[in-house]
Design a protein around this ligand. Sequence first.
Ligand SMILES: NC(=O)c1ccc[n+]([C@@H]2O[C@H](COP(=O)([O-])OP(=O)(O)OC[C@H]3O[C@@H](n4cnc5c(N)ncnc54)[C@H](O)[C@@H]3O)[C@@H](O)[C@H]2O)c1
Length: 335
Amino acid sequence: MEMADTILVTGGAGYIGSHTVRMLAAQQRKIVVLDNLVYGHREAIVDDSVELVVGSIGDKQLLRELFARHSFSAVIHFAAFAYVGESVTDPLKYYRNNTAEPLALLEVMQEFACKSFVFSSTCATYGVPEQMPITESMRQAPINPYGRSKLMLEWILADCDHAWGLRSVCLRYFNASGCSSDGLIGEDHNPETHLIPRVLMALTGEAGPVEIFGTDYPTPDGTCIRDYIHVVDLADAHAKALDYLSTGGASQRVNLGTGVGVSVKEIIAAIEKVTGQTVPVVLGNRRAGDPAALVADPSLAHQILGWKADHCDITETVRSAWMWMSGSKHGRYSA
Ligand SMILES: NC(=O)c1ccc[n+]([C@@H]2O[C@H](COP(=O)([O-])OP(=O)(O)OC[C@H]3O[C@@H](n4cnc5c(N)ncnc54)[C@H](O)[C@@H]3O)[C@@H](O)[C@H]2O)c1
């Protein structure tokens, strides 16, 4: 049996997970990553101190072996599927992986009396919000199976707290963006649907022109506004959530965003400034279910976790993403 402060990170070979694992390892925390590598990358685990176990969160036998061997003090749960469009056409895939599979993980946690859980939730649980900025007390009414699959796990966690004292922090991320400042790890989704890498791929020649979905929204420049939260700030929030739980903090759910909205056209302008290139664009129609604006009120995370976003300059966020995408420092995993 090892020391009781090892942390299990599911989905730690993915985009946000790998940045978090790297930060936690730098803080000398002992980490075991469980990732089936369906979307993750072995190369995203850069610290030798981190053990990568290739397997699924639904594999109870494997989980029991891991829990028996490590005596985990907490679990950070990133593992999920996150393609909103696919969740509409194949909802069962999302309810299976994002809602049902975590039950095995929670059952094994209960068996081994591991009672601290940090969960990657999402602003998609709010659906189309009635007010802006979005606070945690606002109604959660997701408009797609992805958002519902995540909200259901929030509810399950609350029930587990009530029944057997599982304390959880649900971190509702807004739009994760950017990459580590040295360009060693970064965002590498395949397929890629996120705006910043999509625009950069239009410049590297990996994708065609960028389609702007809707230019007639009631926003200053007519395009959708989102809250782009730097992945390193997200990683920091996970470290703070672990500290909060380890000092006995009660279950919480907090928004993780900058509190600042940035439009699609502003992202494109920032990318043109950073790269010195003109982004080829096509003006398209609105997509069904795309709210005009999604911006966090992040004040509760500050109050409860002592967290706030430090990387709020969108130009710098875009610069870090470009350094990674262009491979100017290290090259990408698939490159
Ligand atoms: N990227 C965003 O902007 C964003 C916003 C809100 C919430 N989230 C949530 O954050 C989490 C991480 O997102 P990401 O962008 O890093 O995604 P990602 O796809 O890069 O990472 C998810 C990781 O989980 C792994 N995985 C999936 N199902 C698994 C399973 N059953 N067993 C083991 N491993 C499994 C994948 O291989 C991948 O490495 C997800 O839960 C997502 O829903 C992301």
